[in-house]
Design a binder for this molecule. Structure first.
Ligand code: 5GP
Length: 209
């Protein structure tokens, strides 16, 4: 029987470096990154269908009504949602899936998929986080303050996650995530089929020795 894929859910405050980490993880491994739908406008360089599916509020509401989203949330005044059918299809076919979503969304996914691997990315320090948000240069002084204040609040939610990874260097963070994935694959509750098969083989050998 086909083993189901792993569901990796990655969250963290603005400036913690989730996006960079997910990109690097995709280059090194066979994970499939789910592309969300959003009502926010594309930023320079963002491509429809790659970064996000950029859709209107009306379209987003229709999709909510049709039950198309595994979860959705309002983040900084825009809506973001994870497509349900493609994520479930990928997991069922044995593909490992990454969701890079905010905390509200991750908590909803946790209710539906408690077997998911929930990882919170932390900055090395709050000062470093501030510097990273400033360096991005895409924020006005007001939105910078909003993102920084909400980062403080968001960090309190780390206790709802199974793992916290400090992003001091991208390679260091990647190594930690890869180790988490290896350990998760060895969990007895994920290896029921393999263990049952080995047990049956042993019983069989004892009977026919
Ligand atoms: P940005 O606008 O900077 O791309 O994303 C803003 C926030 O929305 C980030 O924290 C990102 O992880 C989150 N986000 C992106 N896609 C989804 C989604 O499908 N669902 C939820 N709940 N959050 C998302």
């Amino acid at each position: 029987m086909n083993q189901k894929g792993l569901l990796l859910v990655i969250s963290g405050p603005s400036g913690a470096g989730k996006g960079t980490i997910c990109k690097a993880l995709l280059e090194k491994s066979e994970f499939w990154l789910s592309v969300s739908s959003t009502t926010r406008n594309p930023r320079a360089g963002e491509v429809h269908g790659e970064s996000y599916y950029f859709i209107s509020k009306e379209d987003f509401k229709n999709r909510i009504d049709k039950g198309d989203f595994l979860e959705y949330a309002e983040v900084y005044g825009n809506y973001y949602g994870t497509p349900k059918s493609s994520v479930i299809e990928m997991l069922e076919s044995g593909k490992d899936v990454i969701l890079e979503i905010d905390i509200q969304g991750a908590l909803k996914v946790k209710e539906a998929f408690p077997e998911g691997i929930f990882i919170f990315i932390l900055p090395p320090s709050m000062e470093e986080l501030k510097q990273r948000i400033i360096k991005r240069g895409s924020e006005t002084p007001e939105s910078l303050m909003t993102r920084f204040k909400s980062a403080y609040k968001e960090i309190n939610y780390v206790s709802k996650y199974s793992y916290a990874v400090v992003n001091d260097t991208v390679n260091g963070a990647l190594e930690k995530i890869e180790s988490i994935v290896i350990a998760e694959r060895c969990r007895v509750d994920r290896m029921k089929d393999t263990i049952l098969n080995s047990r049956e083989e042993l019983i069989h050998e004892q009977l026919y020795d």
